[in-house]
Design a protein around this ligand. Structure first.
Ligand code: NAD
Length: 358
């Protein structure tokens, strides 16, 4: 029996969802597509051979009772649509930014408990073979302690990109460069370095005429003692995504733009490392799995088959969302923010940008 899959949101990102379904065609049937814009869903359906096309989520869910829904609508509607799909019996894989606040994440976790279904965030950078291999090496302490690092998402987005309303004004912080774009490499860094302890930050709107920020700089200290600098921007003519981690006995780098494969990773072992040959051998990444939504979708379907909570859901996504919230809080208040301090009483709990903070 194949899983019935439906797509919500047929804009730019939905092509990745089509690719994911194609890759998994032995396990899934793509049964329907939905978008609020009739013309968009019709064109998308015609292009990808999906005959069942809807402009209403409830109607689509009632007609097809999908096992899985892939959501690629704007962030402002994610919370409501995720909960509606869970209530209809589906598991959900939703694009980042998954939700706009920790309060919304709590609502989704409550819906998961009510329904016994799960909702995961797309965070494809965690799933490539380079990241999986490095996580293993870090867990085994192969290179010694992580000491310092840098995460850089320096991209370019023109005015036409920000002319789409949700990207520039509707929800200022949740459409900012850190929440929507820098978050990929940050999620990768957090998946490697573990619990963060404290963040200091600045945000700015450097070269676009809009409310949303297009640049952010941050400094983070982790529980394991490592320190990481972060730069995110959409005003950088030369686009680059970079993560560098310096361990006691090795430097590990990955340099890419929108997705990496093994070729993008570099492991540098110094001549003075006593067990150099052993470390070089340990650096070799055993398989070559690129970072695509399809890679995460395969892991998501494995979890569904086992009836287990998928990666990047619930407690597996909270640390990243808490970190993004804390980065905005640190920038907006001008004070360092510690993990765990954004409780329900905090103005930033209900809104990533702290609206209501006065
Ligand atoms: N994981 C990634 O690498 C990646 C890449 C690009 C975009 N994204 C994310 O995907 C989401 C969509 O981005 P995009 O670039 O495709 O945007 P887009 O503007 O191209 O497409 C959004 C689509 O959603 C539709 N829509 C609007 N309101 C809707 C609603 N209530 N219900 C259903 N559909 C609705 C729009 O008509 C449009 O077709 C965003 O959250 C974005 O951050 C993720």
């Amino acid at each position: 029996m194949k899983y019935k899959v439906a797509i919500i949101g047929t804009g730019a990102v939905a092509i990745s969802h089509i690719a994911a379904c194609r890759q998994e065609q032995a396990r899934v049937d793509l049964v329907a597509a939905m978008d609020v814009e009739r013309a968009r869903v019709e064109a998308f359906g015609a292009q990808h051979d999906i005959s069942q096309r809807y402009t209403d989520v409830a109607e689509m869910l009632a007609a097809h009772k999908p096992d899985v829904v892939l959501i690629g609508s704007p962030p402002g509607v994610h919370r409501a649509q995720i909960i509606e799909c869970l209530e209809a019996g589906a598991w959900v894989l939703c694009e980042k930014p998954f939700v706009r606040s920790l309060a919304e994440l709590d609502e989704i976790e409550a819906a998961e408990r009510r329904t016994g279904r799960y909702a995961a965030s797309v965070f494809q950078m965690r799933f490539g073979s380079g990241a999986r291999h490095l996580r293993r090496l870090i867990a085994e302490g192969t290179f010694g302690r992580p000491l310092v690092g840098m995460s850089q998402t320096t991209w370019y987005r023109d005015d036409a990109y920000y002319a789409v309303d949700w990207r520039s004004s509707a929800d200022f912080a949740s459409s900012g460069v850190t929440a929507t774009l820098g978050v990929h490499n940050i999620d990768l860094a957090l998946s490697l370095l573990g619990d963060w302890q404290e963040v200091r930050a600045m945000i700015g709107t450097q070269n676009h005429d809009m409310q949303t920020d297009d640049a952010a700089i941050a400094a983070v200290r982790f529980e394991n003692g490592a320190m990481l600098s972060i730069t995110n921007s959409t005003v950088s003519p030369k686009e680059e995504t970079y993560l560098r981690l310096d361990f006691e006995k090795a430097t590990v780098e990955v340099r890419y733009v929108y997705g990496y494969s093994n070729d993008n990773w570099q492991f540098s072992i110094p001549a003075w490392a006593p067990d150099r040959e052993k470390l070089i051998a340990a650096s070799a990444i055993p398989d070559d799995i690129p970072t695509k939504q399809a890679t995460q979708f395969a892991a998501f379907l494995d979890s569904l088959a086992r009836g287990e909570r998928p990666a990047a859901s619930g407690p597996g996504v909270r640390p990243t969302l808490e970190f993004i919230t804390a980065l905005y809080k640190a920038a907006i208040t001008g004070r360092p923010v510690r993990r765990g301090e954004i409780t329900q009483a905090d103005p930033f709990y209900g809104d990533l940008g702290g609206r209501g903070a006065g």
